[in-house]
Design a protein around this ligand. Structure first.
Ligand SMILES: Nc1ncnc2c1ncn2[C@@H]1O[C@H](COP(=O)(O)OP(=O)(O)O)[C@@H](O)[C@H]1O
Ligand SMILES: [Mg+2]
Length: 452
């Protein structure tokens, strides 16, 4: 009998080493190397050595497989790049309790009733899923629920049922008996995903797998998972807010960074067709420190509110806090304000918040951050019809941003007709409609935005 071999695998990035190490040399995480047994015979099977693996002339490649089917949920279609592609493997990640199982059960309920769905759950019992289905008003004889974690049995059932869609409720619970390490470990997750991938491609069944995320927000286990699948969707949202954002961070069939916005209600996730309106609800008018910016989320412009609070610090090292925006970005922009405008903000405590718990890392919100901080510092409100758009450079210059016409028209649609935009963007838009101010540096922008 061959001796069982073991290897130490980093549970954070999937790096393998024959020896134990305290720190992973690949991702620099501490204490992530765990010993896993490997079975060479089954662990590394050369895939696709069969007869249908021949080069094909490009003009003869059959595209019928790539046809998209609508999910019946417009916001989900959008993040998937127009619908479900046959044979695609989609990974859905997100914090516990955010609504992954809910969304995918709703998906099963919203595709055409004649389509068979296999919902495999290793997390909840079949009864619990039924209870959830009742709450969501999903009762379809073509949704088959399987409470199973053994991948061999799952694949067996797939062959028997031949479903039109498969949902695996959590890849971390699925295991392959040939691999002796525990379910959820890197080798298990990787092997299970590889086999599901093969199955999805062979039978061209679209497959959705739910993945848990770690404290750092990455999908638990290996990042290698993200390379294997066709599409990665992340579920975002704050625990205490009802809206949920599904963002595509990787998509082989559509643009990435596209978002779908939902609201979590008793009846499940409800689509929010106009997120800008939703995000600006309850915005205070005429108070210092709040400003509306426009961030491009994929191909969709979204208006969001930024709030800043700047106050005299009584600490040696002033406090800075940024929620929803990169902390370093805030620090940098405040340094630019101090240096270029002589505004004494460096010695002040500063708090910045993206209202609604949204996260954005778009450079076009830079100018909004500067205006919000200046507004709070000077205690002057921003014109309530103003939307502020622009990237800020280290010399305090305002730089052009992409998709300016779409941002401006979104702002107009919601009644913001004082658009403060980078001067270099002026030539790209139709200036006849409404008020548009082109600014070249942060000083001009603050002058144009603040009242009084
Ligand atoms: N009976 C209920 N009524 C209303 N909302 C519920 C009920 N049960 C669960 N929820 C909501 O559904 C969410 C759970 O979603 P779920 O899809 O199980 O999350 P995940 O699969 O991401 O862990 C909870 O955060 C909760 O807000
Ligand atoms: Mg769940």
């Amino acid at each position: 009998m061959a001796k069982a071999k073991s290897v130490f695998v980093c549970q954070s990035c999937g790096y393998e080493s024959p020896k134990w190490m305290g720190r992973c040399p690949s991702c620099d995480e501490w204490n992530t190397m765990i010993e896993e047994l490997i079975n060479k015979a089954t662990g590394r099977k050369a895939s696709g050595s069969g007869e249908n693996n021949k080069p094909v002339p490009m003009d003869r490649i059959d595209l019928s497989m790539e046809a998209r089917g609508s999910t019946g949920i417009a916001e989900l279609d959008r993040v998937l790049g127009g619908g479900i592609v046959k044979g695609s493997l989609v990974l859905v990640g997100g914090d516990p309790g955010i609504g992954k199982s809910t969304l995918l059960l709703q998906l099963a309920g919203s595709i055409p009733r004649s389509h068979k769905t296999l919902y495999v759950s290793g997390e909840e019992s079949v009864k619990q899923i039924k209870i959830r289905g009742e709450r969501l008003d999903i009762n379809n004889q073509n949704i088959f629920v399987l409470g199973e974690t053994d991948l061999d049995i799952i694949l067996e059932q797939v062959k028997r049922l031949v479903p039109d869609m498969i949902i695996i409720d959590s890849i971390q619970t699925v295991y392959t008996p040939e691999i002796s390490s525990a379910p959820g470990s890197v080798s298990q997750v990787r092997e299970a995903t590889a086999r599901l991938l093969r199955m999805a491609k062979t039978f061209s069944i679209p497959t959705f797998i739910i993945g848990h995320v770690t404290k750092q927000g990455a999908i638990a286990g290996p990042r290698v998972l993200e390379h294997m699948v066709d599409t990665v969707l992340y579920f975002e949202g704050e625990r205490y807010h009802s809206y949920r954002v599904v963002r595509s961070v990787k998509n082989r069939y559509g643009s990435t960074n596209e978002i779908g916005v939902f609201e979590m209600k008793d009846k499940g996730l409800v689509e929010v067709p106009n997120p800008s309106e939703f995000m600006l609800e309850g915005r205070p008018a005429g108070v210092p420190g709040t400003v509306v910016v426009c961030s491009m989320e994929g191909t969709r412009p979204m208006l969001i509110e930024l709030q800043a609070l700047v106050s005299t610090s009584n600490l040696g090292m002033p406090r800075r806090m940024a929620t929803g925006i990169d902390y370093n970005r805030l620090s940098m922009l405040m340094a630019v304000m101090e240096k270029r405008l002589g505004m004494q903000v460096q010695g002040q405590d500063a708090f910045l918040n993206v209202v609604g718990g949204l996260k954005t890392d778009e450079p076009a919100v830079d100018l909004g951050i500067v205006v919000a901080v200046a507004s709070s510092f000077k205690n002057l409100p921003v014109d309530k019809a103003a939307v502020v758009i622009g990237e800020v450079g280290l010399t305090g210059e305002v730089r052009a941003v992409n998709s300016i016409d779409r941002r401006v028209s979104e702002a107009r649609k919601l009644g913001f007709d004082n658009c403060i935009i980078p001067r270099d963007n002026l030539k790209q838009i139709d200036r006849k409609a409404g008020k548009i101010i082109g600014v070249g540096n942060i000083k001009e922008a603050i002058g144009a935005a603040l009242e009084g």
